[in-house]
Write a protein that binds this ligand. Structure first.
Ligand SMILES: NC(=O)c1ccc[n+]([C@@H]2O[C@H](COP(=O)([O-])OP(=O)(O)OC[C@H]3O[C@@H](n4cnc5c(N)ncnc54)[C@H](O)[C@@H]3O)[C@@H](O)[C@H]2O)c1
Ligand SMILES: O=CCCC(=O)O
Length: 494
């Protein structure tokens, strides 16, 4: 697959320019390269724009907001539904673009496109249903009601691990509420974002509503512009906790509303009474989705000591069946990492755990035969709680099994971290389901299943995993502000 290039039904989806105010913009002679992580081949050269493009995009979004905010929810729903339909019609091409730039196997790429599209469908249904409240103020001659108004221009910054879904989960909600957006995608995976803009334009979304700016080297300056602009009323970010903290500091001068979907360190707890086949299958699905590169991937697998050896041998035999390779090759179950550098943390965590006494169950390791970004999963058992993997997110294919004896002990281990995004729980005991899920300090708890994300789920974390909820009915609320109207001096009631 060294000279691989996919074929597309619609070549137009592959864009080579930014999208501002309804126009494809190149306006620079500087470029950055987008590469196939499997072989390092250059897929595209995109304009490395100057920071002024961010101001232009903000101005366009601000101008468009003046009319977009007053368009009926029903009309906005029609555009969102059109985008959903176009994404589904082009799912195969979009999946190819996504897998090509991100490396995930094609079936997973197409799966992400459908997941991404589902946010347009969901928010198309929510757009006409934005409710306020009416209430009785303390003063009898007053009447009062609230309505939810769109917050305004939103800055959106997204990571490479879900090049499409992390944008749509935000943008679809923003459009449904009546907001306009400026998106800065990750420079490793911008092609999916541009393909979305192309379809949004085809769907009839007015110019200036959906803007995409491009940079690699000037990322911090682009972020700063979005955070510091008084015209931008909200910044919504998915990515690392470190960058989330930088954006929060930068947003202080304008007191911007923020949604931060940040790093996780998900515990997955398997109690001895769990259905073991189900727990193994679902633990694998959680741990190795995106080869361990999702924020909700299980990072620490706590297995009750009576069953840890049985669990680890069943899990290892399935991991040995994984087929690692280029995401477009038939039969491949897992692709490359996003880049070779990402392997370093996996190796460091594995070595640290082994040094502290962990047992090597599946060796795994780098796969130079496939390319510098390939790594076969490593499975370790009897990992001590003191190992680095329990306190830091690995974000890669290291499966660390840690023994525990009591419920109290495992809840203490699970909560012993600064972050709190997702947690997983495997048990058949209803009391354990309630007591443990209530005791876990995370935004989401998934019981007896390893994959829970869908457009209906309020997605988000607590602690240093950030704040805000995406998807679900709450996802739209995050793009609105409550306006209260009080009418006073009315005559006494008849
Ligand atoms: N909670 C969630 O929903 C969620 C989802 C996906 C990923 N993540 C987290 O993201 C991390 C992995 O992604 P990553 O390493 O690419 O994250 P990252 O924070 O490095 O990058 C994310 C985005 O921020 C941009 N960025 C980087 N530095 C910036 C700066 N100074 N100012 C403005 N923008 C900047 C990047 O270009 C990219 O677009 C993991 O910690 C993972 O858990 C969280
Ligand atoms: O990586 C973060 C997002 C994953 C998801 O939406 O399930």
């Amino acid at each position: 697959m060294s000279s691989f290039k996919p074929t597309f039904l619609c070549d137009e989806l592959l864009r080579d320019a930014a999208f501002v105010n309804g126009k494809w913009v190149k306006n620079t002679s500087e470029f950055f390269e987008v590469t196939d992580p499997a072989n390092g081949n250059v897929i595209a050269k995109l304009p490395e724009q100057s920071v002024e493009i961010v101001d232009e995009a903000i101005d366009a979004a601000s101008e468009a907001f003046k009319t977009f905010k007053n368009i009926s929810g029903r009309q906005r729903a029609t555009w969102l539904r059109n985008i959903y339909n176009l994404m589904m019609e082009n799912a195969e091409d979009l999946g190819k673009i996504l897998s090509w730039e991100n490396g995930k196997p094609l079936a997973e790429g197409i799966g992400e496109v459908k997941y991404a599209a589902s946010f347009f469908e969901w928010f198309a249904e929510e757009a006409p249903r934005i409710y306020g409240t009416a209430f009785s103020p303390a003063i009898a001659s007053n009447r009062a009601f609230t309505r939810r108004e769109p917050i305004g221009v939103c800055g959106i910054i997204t990571p490479w691990n879900f090049p499409s879904a992390m944008i749509t989960r935000k943008a679809a909600a923003a459009f449904a509420a009546g907001c306009t957006v400026v998106v800065k995608p990750d420079s490793q995976t911008p092609l999916s974002a541009l393909a979305l803009a192309y379809l949004a334009e085809k769907a009839g979304l007015p110019a200036g509503v959906f803007n995409i700016v491009l940079t690699d080297k000037k990322t911090p300056e682009f972020g700063m512009r979005l955070c510091e602009s008084p015209k931008v009323k909200k910044v919504t970010f998915t990515g690392s906790t470190n960058v989330g903290k930088i954006l929060m500091k930068q947003s202080a001068s304008t007191l911007k509303k923020l949604s931060l979907e940040l790093g996780g360190n998900a515990p997955l707890i398997v109690f001895a009474d769990a259905d073991l086949d189900q727990a193994v299958e679902q633990a694998l699905a959680s741990k190795f989705r995106g080869l361990g590169q999702t924020c909700v991937c299980a990072n620490r697998l706590y297995v009750q000591e009576d069953i840890i050896d049985e669990f680890s041998s069943r899990l290892a035999s399935k991991v040995n069946d994984f087929v690692i390779g280029h995401g477009f090759q038939d039969g491949v179950t897992h692709g490359p990492m996003i880049n070779a550098k990402a392997i370093e943390k996996v190796e460091a965590h594995a070595q640290d755990a082994i040094k502290k006494g962990a047992k090597l169950v599946v060796k795994g390791g780098r796969r130079p035969d496939l390319g510098p970004a390939f790594y076969s999963p490593t499975v370790l058992s009897h990992v001590p709680q003191e190992a680095d993997v329990t306190s830091q997110e690995t974000f890669g294919p290291l499966c660390a099994l840690i023994p525990f004896s009591t419920t109290e002990e495992v809840v203490k281990y699970a909560n012993d971290t600064d972050v709190g995004l997702a947690a997983y729980l495997f048990t058949k005991n209803i009391d354990t389901i309630y007591t443990v899920s209530e005791a876990l300090e995370t935004g989401m708890v998934s019981v007896n299943t390893g994959v829970f994300s869908d457009c209906t789920v309020p997605f988000g974390g607590v602690k240093e995993s950030g704040f805000g909820r995406e998807g679900s009915l709450h996802g739209l609320e995050d793009y609105t502000v409550i306006k209260t109207t009080i009418i006073g001096g009315l005559p006494s009631r008849l």
